[in-house]
Each structure stands twice: as structure tokens, then as C-alpha cells.
Design a protein around this ligand. Structure first.
Ligand SMILES: Nc1ncnc2c1ncn2[C@@H]1O[C@H](COP(=O)(O)OP(=O)(O)OP(=O)(O)O)[C@@H](O)[C@H]1O
Length: 203
């Protein structure tokens, strides 16, 4: 993962015909992390989705070296399948060995829930399941939208550990969070600084 890199140059995001953000420059290398902060509706999730390639970038460029994995409010797991089955679907698609998934499930204390249908998982358990999907993907670049939402104290500690390990292994984390995230070397970015004037609607 040591050659992972994520570079945003002059990125602007438009949604619903409105310019949300302009002029975002970021350069993250192996071991780097950034936490996007700012009021509701400023465009943190939109920026993360744009970096993930799920929204078009209105201006500027996003360049990366290394695969990306996204954890946001979308569960992206088969609700009818068992937790282990639903996660295994993604691990196989990502071309990762079973051990990788077992390790992720253990790290996020999900092993005892392996046979439980995804639809029966609690909010916090689902959040941990999404994080396990990201962890098991083997992708060096993690895009985490509000990863701490719904997690209890124990689970926050697990999140802390898996993120720290990922960065120690040369991964990159771009997160958006209203809550403090336990990333000691993270750079906090106030996304409100990149919001153009209210009148500056996209053409
Ligand atoms: N599909 C859409 N079409 C048009 N506008 C949208 C769409 N989705 C979101 N928006 C708008 O884009 C703006 C930014 O939303 P976004 O979810 O990126 O904000 P956020 O900073 O992540 O907010 P929060 O802190 O509440 O999670 C909001 O004004 C929202 O209403």
C-alpha cells in the first residue's frame, strides 16, 4: 500500500444545479488521513461520492493510485443473506482471500453474527458490517462517510484500531464526520471554506 496516493486538484461539485464546493486541493499519500468537517448540507458526502466516482466532478481532477473502498449510509449488503454470505459476495468480487474477510470480521467483532441475516442486524452492527466490507476489500484508499455514526463506545474503539492499522500499513483515509475521529495525525478540513457565495449557482 506504500505507493497509494489520492490527489484532488481544483475540484468543484455541483448538485441539483447548485455549486456546492469549489477549489478543493488535497494530496494524500500512504499513511495520510483527512477528516472533512462542516455544517449539514455543505457537501461533505457529495465530495466523498465524487471522489468515489459516483458523482461527476464539475471541475478539477481526482487522481489516485490504488483501489478505493467506500463506506457511507448505503449498506450495499444483501438484506436476505447471512452477514458472512453478504460480505463474502464482496470479498470474492474484490478478489480477496477468505482469510481477509475472516480477519475483518474478527477485528470488528462480527464473527458471532456470521449466520444472522443482514436485515436483522442493529444499526451499529450494520455500521460495523460496512466497515468490515471496506476492510476486507484490500483497497488502500478508504472513503468513510460518518463512520462513527451509531457506534457505541466499544465499537468506536474497534473503529479506532482498524483505521490506525490501515494507516500504519500505508493506507489512506478520507472521512467526513461530525464526531471526533480518533485519527491523531489527521488533517481536519472545514469544508465550509470551500462553499461559494449563495448566488454562485452553477451555470
Ligand atoms: N440527489 C440530489 N439532488 C440534488 N441535491 C442534492 C442531492 N443530494 C444532496 N443534495 C444537496 O446537496 C447538498 C449537500 O449535501 P451533502 O449530503 O453532500 O451534505 P453534507 O455536508 O454531507 O451534509 P450532512 O452533514 O447533513 O451529512 C445539500 O444541500 C443537499 O440537499
Amino acid at each position: 500500500m506504500s505507493d497509494a496516493r489520492l490527489t484532488l486538484s481544483g475540484v468543484a461539485c455541483v448538485r441539483g444545479g447548485r455549486m456546492l464546493l469549489t477549489g478543493i486541493d488535497l494530496d494524500l499519500r500512504a499513511g495520510d488521513s483527512v477528516v472533512l468537517r462542516g455544517p449539514n448540507g455543505t457537501g461533505k458526502s457529495s465530495l466523498i461520492r465524487a471522489v468515489a466516482g459516483l458523482l461527476p466532478v464539475y471541475a478539477g481532477t481526482v487522481e489516485r493510485h490504488g483501489a478505493m473502498a467506500l463506506a457511507d449510509e448505503m449498506l450495499a449488503l444483501d438484506m436476505q443473506a447471512s452477514l458472512a454470505g453478504a460480505l463474502a459476495f464482496w470479498t470474492k468480487l474484490d478478489g480477496q482471500p477468505d482469510d481477509q474477510l475472516h480477519g475483518a470480521m474478527a477485528a470488528l467483532r462480527l464473527a458471532s453474527l456470521a449466520d444472522v441475516p443482514v436485515r436483522m442486524l442493529s444499526t451499529g452492527q450494520r455500521k460495523r458490517a460496512v466497515l468490515a466490507r471496506v476492510m476486507a476489500s484490500g483497497a488502500p484508499i478508504w472513503l468513510l462517510d460518518e463512520p462513527a455514526n451509531g457506534l457505541d463506545t466499544l465499537s468506536l474503539g474497534l473503529l479506532d484500531k482498524v483505521m490506525a492499522r490501515h494507516l500504519d500499513q500505508g493506507g489512506i483515509i478520507l472521512a467526513a464526520s461530525h464526531q471526533p475521529l480518533p485519527l491523531p495525525r489527521a488533517r481536519d478540513i472545514d469544508i465550509g471554506l470551500y462553499v461559494p457565495d449563495a448566488e454562485a449557482d452553477a451555470a
